[in-house]
Design a protein. Structure first.
Length: 96
């Protein structure tokens, strides 16, 4: 998540990597319905370029303990979580 969700206390979260969240402009386009899911997917994956160190960090942590990916979208298949999980799984060797 790029923006902190209302109603969630910060002391309930161990680590927040907002740089892995959806860029604001992409969120706006998706919410406005001006892009398709395929276009969203391409743009979100593009936004992860250069963030491999963060992704590797999450991948390494996921091998040691449970990692929860949070988002405000109701459909987990139409949100950055599914795309982020795929990126993490690729770096973790697809073991999840």
């Amino acid at each position: 998540m790029r923006m902190w969700p209302r109603g969630v206390s910060r002391d309930k979260v161990d680590l927040w990597l907002k740089d892995l969240g959806t860029p604001r402009e992409l969120i706006k386009k998706w919410k406005a319905g001006t892009i398709t899911w395929d276009e969203y997917t391409i743009e979100y994956r593009e936004s992860l370029k250069g963030k491999e160190k963060l992704l590797r960090s999450v991948a390494a942590q996921s091998k040691k303990s449970t990692v929860s990916l949070l988002c405000t979208e109701r459909d987990p298949n139409r949100c950055h979580r599914s795309l982020l999980k795929a990126a993490i799984d690729e770096l973790a060797g697809g073991v999840h």
